[in-house]
Write a protein that binds this ligand. Structure first.
Ligand SMILES: [Zn+2]
Length: 292
């Protein structure tokens, strides 16, 4: 009776921001609270990553040689490499678990800003696009509610005909609407518009007839986050998560979620409760289905 939640001890890396430091703290709390049951993923392979990234970029990260290897975080280490490979393998496992159980999570972050040929903004490889690339017969929609729009995702949407995204964000990062990449910007503190854009995003997603939805419930739009422009409350984020999970469960559309952004510290006191309430919302909505 718990959400299948993908995690591996290698996810922990000493990043400057909370980005990867938060992952073991969230995983431990998810397991201890009974909201999630942990599943260990295998690492993504070079062949898998080459389906969406250039060989020059993949090999730079695999070897730690050259400036491209540091393009996501500004540093490279063996531990970091191991972490990002497992995190991206984790998306593939979470997708399979979602197809089986209706809901799953990957206790990870760091996908939607990287490009086919480089990392960017704490994102190394695009594990979400990787799911679409390795399952060309699935229609995959990313519902991205991180503070920042999926500017990297937009490039993968152009590459992959079975991938699309809808972003509800405070910071569009120059992203413009395209055919299968929709961007809605929330003005600071405008929670009513936030929920209206969310409804539009849910209906748009449904209209794409997805086989799988990947939800990015970022908490960096929270009013106290150092990267927030949208400045919304914890209550709004909880309503958002409940609405998203209830919408897809009612329609029988499999969904997995990741953590996405969220940078407040101390992590245990300020950030963990925001990520945990996403798990609580999913658990509340799917509890009757989780009988494995
Ligand atoms: Zn963000």
């Amino acid at each position: 009776m718990a959400i299948p939640s993908v995690y591996h001890p290698s996810y922990f890396v000493e990043t400057r921001e909370a980005s990867m430091r938060k992952l073991p703290i969230v995983a431990k709390a998810v397991e201890a609270s009974g909201l999630g049951k942990l599943f260990y993923p295998p690492p993504a392979t070079r062949d898998q990553l080459l389906r969406i990234h250039t060989a020059e970029y993949v090999d730079a990260v695999l070897t730690g040689k050259g400036p491209l290897s540091e393009s996501a975080f500004g540093f490279w280490s063996r531990r970091y490499l191991r972490g990002v490979l497992h995190i991206n393998g984790g998306c593939l496992l979470a997708a399979e678990l979602a197809m089986e159980h209706g809901i799953a999570a990957n206790i990870a972050q760091g996908f939607h800003h990287c490009r086919p040929d480089t990392g960017a903004g704490f994102c190394t490889f695009h594990g979400l696009a990787l799911v679409a690339a390795l399952h060309p017969d699935w229609k995959v929609v990313i519902l991205d509610c991180d503070e920042h729009a999926g500017d990297g995702t937009a490039e993968f949407v152009r590459m992959l005909p079975n991938l699309s995204q809808f972003c509800v964000c405070g910071s569009p990062l120059g992203c413009k609407d395209e055919m299968r990449s929709i961007i809605r910007q929330v003005q600071p503190g405008d929670e009513q518009s936030y929920l209206e854009y969310l409804e539009e995003g849910l209906l748009w997603t449904l209209h794409q007839n997805p086989d799988l939805v990947i939800y990015q419930p970022g908490v960096d739009s929270h009013e106290n986050d150092l990267y927030s422009r949208a400045k919304v409350s914890a209550g709004l984020l909880r309503i958002r998560d409940e609405r998203v999970f209830a919408f897809f469960r009612e329609r029988g559309i499999p969904c997995f979620f990741v953590l996405a952004g969220g940078y407040q510290e101390p992590i245990e006191e300020r950030l963990l409760p925001l990520h945990l309430q996403t798990f609580a919302a999913a658990h509340q909505v799917y509890i009757q289905d989780l009988n494995y």
